[in-house]
Each structure stands twice: as C-alpha cells, then as structure tokens.
Ligand binder design. Structure first.
Ligand code: FAD
Length: 522
C-alpha cells in the first residue's frame, strides 16, 4: 500500500487547492496503510513541523509526520517502510540539529515529542542502590530535570548546556557539557534502553542484554534504532551553585589550568568545568560584555596585560553546595581550588544561584534570541573534538586568525577525558586522553544577507579543510558529511564496525536518512 501511494504524494504538490484535497485523501490513505493509533499528518503541515530544523539551512518535504502513541506505532511505521520500495523513517526529537539530520525527504518523520510523557518512573539499580529514572526518548531534558528535582530531590549527572533537547536526540550524538569530564557524556549515564530497530523489532538492551544494540545506538546518529525509553542515572540534586568565570590572556595558561581541573579526583575539583574564547574588545555580542555574570559586574580591560592579543579566554566553573552549607564553607572550598589557577587578577566574576536555574541558564539566552530574532535565523554551527596535541595550533590559526572577530555567539573550548567515554559506543573521538570540544555557535542577525550565511558555511568548511590538510587529530561532533568517502574518514578504523552494525540492525537503511551516511536499499 505504501509503495502504491508513495509516488502519488511526491508528485502532488502543484497548487495549494489540489494539495489541500490531496492532503485530506493522502492522510486517509497513509493512515490506512500504516494502521497506527497515533496521529498522521500529510500535506503542507508536514513542512512546518518536520521540513526545517534549528540550523535553518535545509528544507525538505516529508511524506508524512507520524505522532506515535507508543513503540507499537513506531514499529508499525518502520515495518510499513520495510514493505515499501523506498520509504525512509526519521525520528525527530526537538529538531535542534543543524544540517537536516532529523529530516526524511519523501519519508516518514516520527515526531517523538508525542511520546514525551510515556515514561517517568524512578527506581534503584539492583545491588548498588544507585537511583535512576526511566524516561521517554521523546522527553525534553528540561522537563526531566524539573520533575526529578521537584518530585524526588534527584537529578541526572551529565547534561548539555541547553536543555530544550530530547533524550533520544542527545543520546544519538553524545550529550556534552561541563560535567562530562567527571561523569562522561550523557551516553555514559544510561544503563538500559528500549529501542525499535530498523528491522521493526522492539528490543530492550543494556550492557548485559542485547549489548551490541545498546552500544550501537549510543552515539549512533539514529542509524540503528529509535530510542523509546532510556534509564538515566541520578544523583542527589544539589540546592545551589556558585558559578564563576575567570579570564586569561594566554591560551597555554588557560589550557594548563583547565586540564589540571579536569584531571583532579572527584572531590578535589569543581563540579562543572567549561571555557570559551572571546574577542578582546567591547563588541556586545563577541567581546568583554559577554563575560560578566551579573549586571552589576564590570569588565575592567585595564586589568589585562599589555601583551594581550586579539582574543581572550574564559574558564567557566561551578561548585555545587547545599542550603545547609555556610557561606564561609563554600568560600573556603572555592578559594582552595581557585588559588591554584593563574587567571588575570581582577577579572573574576561570580554569582550564587539555585541549581535548577544554573542548568536552565541557556533558556534565558533563548528568550533574548527569540525577542531579537536570532533564534529563527540560520545557525551555521560547527562542533569539533580536537586532541590536546593539536589544540595549540588550532588556537593560533582558528581562534587567533580565522574567527578573531567572533562568530556572533559563544565560541566554546574546554577539555574532556577520553577514559570517561566507552569505546564500545558508536561515538568516535580523537586519540589521546585529553581532547577539547570546540563549538562555534554562530548567530546571524535578522537583517543579514543570505550571502553572509554562505560565508559562514564556507568558513566552517575552511576550518575543517585546514584541520585535514594539517593532519590535525580531530573529529566533527554532531557530524555532517555528504560523501561516503568523508564518512569513512570520519569513522576511521571504526567504519567497518559501523557498517556491520548497520547490516545487523537496519539492513535496508531505513532509519535517519538525513544523516546521509547510507542510501536506502531498494
Ligand atoms: P533532533 O535534531 O531532532 O535529532 C538528531 C538526530 O537524532 C537525528 O538523526 C534524529 O533522527 C535522531 N533521533 C532523534 N530522536 C531519536 C530517538 N528517540 N532515537 C533515535 N534517534 C533519534 N549538544 C551537546 O552535546 N551539548 C550541548 O551543550 C548542546 N547545546 C545545544 C544548544 C542548542 C541551542 C542547540 C540547538 C543544540 C545543542 N546541542 C548540544 C546539540 C544537540 O545535542 C543535538 O543537535 C541533538 O541532536 C538535538 O536534539 P534533538 O532532540 O533536537 O534531536
């Protein structure tokens, strides 16, 4: 049935009136052939829901958007695609990808948000007493946080900076923030998954049960299965956070301190370590004003050494504490750690805030960006992992030259430890124990011309090409390649494992076509 209606949809977008009629008929036809309980949307509405993403640079038309009630509906959609000649299926979390990764041109997009409320059960791992929460793959992390803290006083251990992302979406990549140096990425903090594979099977998997599927799906770019439930490890939620920023003029001092902090034992460091590069100037979007944490704080550039260059570096730290901890106890713990660091005196900023507000800090930036229009404009972002060996070269060429005037948004750079990442997942990393995440989070003003977005995309390509040409040990994070040759280079010696996993769990290459790694098998 799907095979019969597929061409009908793809050819039928001529004029609005006939499209509307077609949409009505087609919805009925698709509903019949899919035989699922949830909602099915066809026609114009699908482009609004699933035809674009946060990146804003891709636009494709799916055949239909499916809002599943549960895993049976998802399996039903996958099986319908298996019976067809060319249909594909993409799980869509919150559509916060940059390069169309959650899209399916002419295929079925599964809007996972409709399943957000399907799971929320807190329990304890047998033996250890470690708490966990079972949540839906379509749940937003911000809602997981709020419920865990308010109902149980517990919280997941590893986060992303921004929490308007789904559990399934970040687990398909890695999920990285300032806690990852201690707990590893989010993919290291789940112990069990329910997954609908590309064979249409519904499988529970963990390190002990169906482990090949478990590790394939984690960081698997949606290629092996659709996560419908994840068991996420929890810790007691701290009440408060001391949030601190300190400024460096020299990159090697910044990296030395950051690497020292992430290499300390658990109780001997901050609970969160990140960093960013900013422009040495008063530009409100890229320079000094981006550093202070409170309107009363003032960035005093006279505190900078004469030798300061075009860009400066900021280490961002946080220490968790409880309501019952006195101010002097917190001060002492902070001073003990910060006394070891060699940032520029006088350029230290700090505030105390509730833990939940700290984790939701990017929400405020989202609100501002929505008001000034930059949340809706394209986001040609570039995310990389660069090995410690090459981060100095990267600084000299990329930060100090190519993006020395800023990118209109944050330029993150902070170290992570490879030993916190399980090699069995599908994520690929540079060599060496310490590597840096680099994120050029470009924001484009609404008045900008299309050509300026193109220039940013070209600059991203230049940075990647420079890395390749100069033998920089790097991997793209949230990767995006268009040719098989580049995907093979990306995965390196993990490519054959990735291909074998695909053959096992999605042999017809139905899942996540927007990643452009495999072509749908006829
Ligand atoms: P989508 O974009 O909808 O999907 C991403 C991929 O996962 C697609 O291939 C899709 O098919 C697949 N997928 C989605 N749901 C499932 C599922 N249930 N099962 C299997 N596959 C699925 N990342 C970080 O690591 N750290 C950060 O701090 C961070 N901050 C960000 C801030 C912003 C403002 C934005 C826009 C992105 C940020 N990201 C960050 C990147 C983010 O983690 C990824 O883009 C993530 O994929 C987005 O989640 P999503 O739910 O929107 O997924």
């Amino acid at each position: 049935m799907i095979a019969y209606i597929e061409p009908y949809f793809l050819d039928n977008d001529a004029d609005a009136a006939s499209a509307a009629t077609a949409a009505g008929k087609s919805t009925d036809a698709v509903s019949e052939s899919l035989d699922i309980e949830g909602e099915i949307l066809c026609g114009g509405a699908t482009a609004d829901i699933a035809g674009k993403d946060f990146g804003g640079m891709n636009c494709v038309k799916p055949l239909a958007v499916v809002r599943p009630v549960g895993p049976e509906d998802i399996a039903g959609a996958v099986k319908a695609a298996l019976r067809s000649d060319q249909l594909t299926v993409a799980a869509r979390g919150n559509g916060h990808s940059i390069n169309g990764q959650a899209m399916a041109e002419g295929g079925l997009v599964i809007d996972m948000r409709s399943t957000a409320e399907n799971h929320f059960e807190v329990g304890f791992l047998s033996g250890g007493g470690t708490a966990f929460v079972d949540v839906s793959g379509g749940a937003l992390w911000e809602n997981v946080l709020k419920r865990c803290v308010s109902e149980y006083g517990l919280a997941p251990r590893s986060w992303t900076d921004y929490l308007g992302l789904t559990v399934g979406g970040t687990l398909s990549n890695a999920g990285v923030s300032g806690q990852a140096f201690r707990y590893g990425p989010q993919t290291e903090n789940v112990t069990e998954l329910d997954v609908v594979t590309g064979n249409g099977d519904f499988v529970t998997c963990s390190e002990m049960e169906n482990s090949e599927l478990f590790f394939s799906v984690l960081g698997g770019l949606g290629q092996f299965g659709i996560i419908t439930r994840a068991r996420v490890l929890l810790q007691p939620a701290p009440h408060m956070v001391r949030w601190i920023r300190v400024v460096y003029a020299e990159f090697d001092e910044f990296t030395r301190d950051a690497e020292w902090l992430v290499s300390q034992k658990d109780e001997s460091s901050f609970d969160y370590v990140e960093g960013f590069v900013f422009v040495n100037g008063d530009d409100p979007a890229n320079g000094w004003p981006t550093v202070p944490l409170h309107p009363d704080h003032d960035f005093d550039p006279t505190r900078l050494p004469q030798s300061s260059g075009s860009v400066l570096y900021c280490l961002e730290l946080a220490l968790h504490y409880r309501d019952s901890d006195s101010n002097s106890t917190v001060d002492k713990r902070v001073d003990r750690l910060i006394g070891r660091l060699s940032f520029n005196e006088g350029l230290r900023f700090e505030v105390d805030l509730p833990y939940v507000d700290f984790l939701l800090r990017v929400k405020r930036s989202e609100e501002i960006a929505k008001v000034n229009g930059t949340w809706e404009t394209p986001h040609p972002w570039l995310n990389l992992f660069v090995s410690k060996r090459d981060i100095g070269d990267f600084d000299r060429t990329v930060f100090k030259e190519l993006v020395k005037n800023g990118v209109g948004g944050p330029m993150l750079v902070y170290p992570l430890l490879r030993s916190r990442w399980d090699d069995r997942t599908s994520v690929v990393l540079p060599e060496g124990e310490i590597f840096y995440i680099v994120a050029l989070l470009r924001f484009v003003p609404p008045c900008a011309k299309a050509s300026s977005v193109e220039k940013m995309v070209v600059q991203n390509q230049e940075i990647v090409q420079w890395c390749v040409k100069n033998g920089i040990d790097f991997k793209l994070y949230l990767p995006h390649y268009k040719s098989r040759e580049k995907w093979i280079r990306h995965f390196g010696n993990r490519w054959s494992r990735f291909v074998d996993r695909k053959a096992m769990f999605d042999p017809m290459a139905i899942l996540s076509p927007g990643q452009k790694i495999f072509n749908r098998a006829p």
